[in-house]
Design a protein around this ligand. Sequence first.
Ligand SMILES: NC(=O)c1ccc[n+]([C@@H]2O[C@H](COP(=O)([O-])OP(=O)(O)OC[C@H]3O[C@@H](n4cnc5c(N)ncnc54)[C@H](OP(=O)(O)O)[C@@H]3O)[C@@H](O)[C@H]2O)c1
Length: 319
Amino acid sequence: MKAVVIQSFGSPDGLAVIDTPAPVPGPGQVTIATEAIGVGGVDAMIRRGTLAGYGIEEGHIPGSEVAGTVTAVGEGVDTSWTGKRVWAFTGRGGGYVEQALASADEILPLPTDLSVTDAVTLGSSGMVAHFALAHAHFAFGETVLVRGAAGSIGVMAVQLAARGGAGAVAVTTSSAERGDRLRALGATHVVDRSGAGADAPIDYDVILDIISGPDMPMFLDKLAPKGRMVAAGAVAGFPPPDFGAAMLNSFLKSLSFATFSADTVAPADRRAVQLDQWAAAGRGDLQAVVHESLPLEKAALAHRKMDEGEVFGRIVLTP
Ligand SMILES: NC(=O)c1ccc[n+]([C@@H]2O[C@H](COP(=O)([O-])OP(=O)(O)OC[C@H]3O[C@@H](n4cnc5c(N)ncnc54)[C@H](OP(=O)(O)O)[C@@H]3O)[C@@H](O)[C@H]2O)c1
């Protein structure tokens, strides 16, 4: 089968298409003939080598979610899965392939009215956005800022905050055109990447931060009293060393800071939210924001587009 591997960390040129034996499912596993593969910001971080040293080495196959048809099941797996259309989480890699391996605990049947492309677009992003907002104790009427709103998680967070009755949904983005597209998804205020903008709210009850990095203390300052910042991504890397001091300097505002990873959510809870969101998409209440579909062989082009900041929502690869 065809697979895309990271031959060398760094630029998208380090991605190569190879031929490799199709996997055989082990106990508790299934194989899936992929029809759509989600390309996420985390794939780009992995390709750059950011997670080298965390068990990801050169030769790694990126991609963490796929949709397609189950072709074989391993020992202990209900054989009725064979031939079913499913969405699957493949972990930190293994997705950019024609035949993906997944744990039977990490697959979900696709509703008949959900396309494979929409499945990997809503897929884990919508679920991460949901639980990150919940982790921030987001409540009806509150003012929310989504930092990094134009990415795959951000476009879902904007829609969920608007649907959840936020008093305002502000977004950081890099252009007016992207801002307009975010307004169409439910954003009420568009600010630049530094948080500045003519109609920027004075402060926020919740900041959902997918970017992190050196600007974090600046955004901490934008929290209202009892405001909560949740870091759910690290597109711009680590905060500066004085982030803790900035937090304590805000002592009188009773601020909270938390990180959030979907790894800490029970699989059954993740699945329940995904099924709920897919049903909402079927009713037209949630939108899967697909930037573009490209053939699997064009994975390097997909990554180039991500690095160049062109992508709005999610790029999908099709074998
Ligand atoms: N918490 C979890 O469980 C979980 C699960 C999966 C992934 N993640 C994390 O989520 C992140 C990726 O999310 P994603 O795919 O939604 O994001 P993304 O597509 O990589 O980036 C989102 C947006 O951020 C803006 N941006 C890019 N670089 C920036 C910078 N230096 N400063 C400010 N804004 C910048 C860009 O929009 P504009 O040009 O419009 O500003 C971009 O479209 C990764 O850090 C990954 O590890 C977390």
